[in-house]
Design a protein around this ligand. Sequence first.
Ligand code: AMP
Ligand code: MG
Length: 415
Amino acid sequence: MFRQLMTLDEAKRIIDAQLGLKTLGAEEISLLQAYNRVLAEDVVATLDIPPFNRSTVDGYAVKAADTFGAEENQPVHLQICGSVSVGEAPKIIINAGEAAAIVTGAPLPEGADAVVMVEDTDIEGYVLSVYRAVTPNENVMKKGADIKKGETVLKAGQVLGASEIGALAALGLNKIKVFKIPLVAVLSTGAEVTEPGKALPDGKIYDINAYSLSTAVCESGGKPIYMGVVPDDTAALREALEHALTSADIVVTSGGVSVGPKDLTPQTIATLGKPGLLVCGIAVKPGKPTTIALVGEKPVFALPGHPASALLMFHLLVRPVIQRMAGRSMSEGKAVKALAATRMFSAKGRRTFVMVKLKPDDRKGLVAVPVESGASGAITTLAKAEGFVEIPENQQFIDAGEEVTVTLLKGAFMS
Ligand code: AMP
Ligand code: MG
């Protein structure tokens, strides 16, 4: 098959222009299922939080003015007129010279404007001695002080974590509209590729990509669907791809995209439907044979078999697509500056990604040390690497000691 390599930027432009990326719409879910989901609509408070003036301590609800002048050796005496507990509307009114016992979280009774802490009082019968004056609103959380009715509390696109979900609960919501999670079918290919957990016959290797790529799908905000391993056989591959397309919103395959006789993925994808192949090879290293297609409205990414190449290409091309479909902001990978530990060479005319470890150095700050260059088949390349250094297409090398930008891979894309 004739291959016209595109630049990485051209491939990204084609993804932007032709994949028609949008979210998959909203669904309503229970708040307990909301962790790490993306809000599909702004949330406006329909009530004040707290919904009433609330005591923040255990003590006595009073009129602050009644306590003025109270000191350790000169207490003010007030008459106990009742008590207020949590979870009920107060049935009493505080008049001048009166106080009511109150607990943390209970509503302030009418007439009171402050709470004296129990530690600053003594009680004998119905007479309360107050040894410390309070100011109006002291030890009181005012109605609406946390959230005001009408306020926009959370915005569409926000990812829900513990505190956001707490805020939704505070508003009394037990259901919430979130964007649907893109389903991503993950398919491995190759006669040698064996599912982990099974015996490993001679000449076979375990499937790495289905697992690393499925995890990367989760990190990107998608839900992976494991489609297993397909041998290098056109009919089997076609059937598996068709099944994947009906099961998911995006299909990601690995292996079988090079130019060997067993590399059948691109030509098989080409038969699945229009518009078909959009990108057949990218001028990058590693990851050159990466193929991208659109079948109907569903993107298909055929990544190389080498685990490190597959995962790198996923991060560069597939992750942003999943994020956009999931309604997530397209956070760029986090990056740090470091000094190149050695000269790093590029592949002529191709955007080159050098996997590096970061080492602290007393004099130079951070140093970027390449991990086993040229071994894109090794999963350890990625496992050892903290990130990658990018060398532009037209640059031959980065010299030792030059400042480089290291894009971090580990967890950097998790939101
Ligand atoms: P291919 O692109 O199919 O020629 O595969 C390139 C290299 O990656 C070969 O050494 C394959 O055995 C290896 N490979 C392909 N798929 C996987 C996989 N799912 N897990 C681990 N290694 C793989
Ligand atoms: Mg193969």
